[in-house]
Design a protein around this ligand. Structure first.
Ligand SMILES: NC(=O)c1ccc[n+]([C@@H]2O[C@H](COP(=O)([O-])OP(=O)(O)OC[C@H]3O[C@@H](n4cnc5c(N)ncnc54)[C@H](O)[C@@H]3O)[C@@H](O)[C@H]2O)c1
Length: 383
């Protein structure tokens, strides 16, 4: 069996996403399964070079996982002759510089979202990559969630009839950091460091809505900072300058209305940390991270408003679970495998830096909508 080694310069692997989802659950998991076998019997073998700012931390990760090459010098990693792909999961504010350096070195690029802090920067990255002729990819992990894949299956199978509306509820309580440590990094709550729930989550909602239901044509958002003071990793109080909740309404093609609440200041009374309720003329569905439940029009109860009596109906019990019908792997790993195939085999791929820029566009226009108190049209992006 021929082995096709692909060198990966991986930056930001000391962080939450870079370490857990990308290094451990994707790249090292692909190596543990014996590489990525493709049709002609070749095995694609990712070979990481770890990049980090702190020598002790990056060396410790490399040693812990038996990875030979690591460095604190991005240019040095990019100069390694076998490195074909630069991966970036740094804080958002550091992404532009890293990605531009990689493109300049002629490397393909795969990176976390948001691709940049502004639409201008995001488009610049996409344009420079296109001019240099390198392949690019942006993480769009929510598309690979089992619940959302089942939802997409329902849409593709015509289950809903005409889709009317989508209501999304995302969020959970992120501790302030004083009496219990916060479970997310403090930069997430500082606008000047690339934080904010709109920049973080609207990137996700953009591709989830576009790929599941259709392109987003307008946004109207109300954002706020519910918790104005938080405590950082060292226990020091800081002012939370970024939005920690966003209440958004999105108009999609075909008149579909999507409304999504995103909040780090809400307590979960749902089955999953994100849920989308979709109503169509023929049926409805509620999809989360893993589960998806449906109710067909033929099984829809006739609800009658009567506050004088306790309801005899258990509404939740009337929904039916959509079966898995397949095995779901880790979504980040699945997307890594597709990107590796795109790079090595030139297989089709459309989650590129332009797709990433669409996410930043929705975030930027969502923030503008909130600042100006009005609905804003979303123009289709081109390079
Ligand atoms: N796809 C998803 O679901 C998802 C979820 C969370 C975060 N993200 C994205 O992943 C990226 C990393 O987020 P995270 O939660 O892993 O963050 P994190 O704070 O845990 O990690 C940040 C990484 O960036 C590095 N870094 C480089 N320059 C830095 C600087 N000036 N200050 C601080 N750290 C710096 C750190 O060393 C670390 O490796 C962000 O762009 C974020 O938007 C994506």
């Amino acid at each position: 069996m021929a082995r096709r080694t692909v060198g990966l310069a991986m930056n930001g692997v000391t962080g939450r996403m870079g370490y857990n989802q990308h290094l451990l659950r994707s790249v090292l998991a692909i190596r543990e399964q014996g590489g990525l076998a493709v049709a002609d019997g070749t095995v694609i073998w990712p070979e990481p070079v770890l990049i980090g700012r702190n020598e002790d931390r990056i060396r410790a990760i490399a040693e812990r996982h038996g990875i030979e090459r690591w460095t604190t010098d991005v240019a040095k990693a990019l100069a390694e002759p076998d490195v074909e792909i630069y991966f970036d999961a740094q804080v958002t504010s550091a992404r532009r510089e890293g990605v531009l350096a990689a493109i300049d070195a002629g490397k393909h690029v795969y990176c976390e979202k948001p691709t940049a802090e502004s639409l201008d920067d995001a488009l610049e990255l996409a344009r420079v990559a296109a001019e240099r002729g390198v392949k690019t990819g942006v993480v769009q992990d929510k598309l690979f969630l089992p619940g959302l894949r089942k939802l997409k299956r329902l849409v593709d199978g015509g289950f809903f009839g005409r889709i009317l509306s989508v209501r999304g509820e995302f969020g959970y309580w992120v501790f302030e950091g004083d009496w219990q440590p916060a479970q997310r990094p403090s930069w997430n709550y500082r606008a000047e460091q690339g934080g904010g729930i709109v920049l973080d989550m609207f990137c996700h909602w953009q591709y989830v809505l576009r790929e599941t239901f259709g392109p987003v044509r307008s946004v109207q958002a109300l954002t706020t900072t519910h918790i104005p003071q938080r405590f950082d990793e060292r226990g020091n109080a800081y002012e939370a300058t970024a939005d920690d909740a966003a209440y958004g309404i999105f108009e999609l093609d075909n008149g579909i209305v999507a409304q999504i609440n995103s909040s780090w200041a809400t307590r979960v009374n749902r089955d999953e940390l994100v849920e989308f309720h979709v109503d169509g003329t023929e049926g409805s569905a509620v999809a989360g991270l893993r589960h998806c439940r449906v109710q067909h029009r033929s099984a829809t109860p006739k609800a009658v408003w009567n506050p004088d009596l306790p309801s005899p109906v258990d509404f939740r019990a009337q929904w039916q679970e959509v079966p898995d019908n397949t095995e779901f792997d880790n979504g980040f790993k699945e997307q890594w495998e597709l990107f590796l195939r795109h790079v090595v085999l030139d297989e089709p791929w459309h989650w590129d830096l332009l797709a990433g820029a669409r996410g930043v566009q929705l975030a930027e226009l969502g923030l503008r909508s909130a600042a100006e108190g009005r609905r804003i049209e979303i123009p289709e992006l081109t390079l």
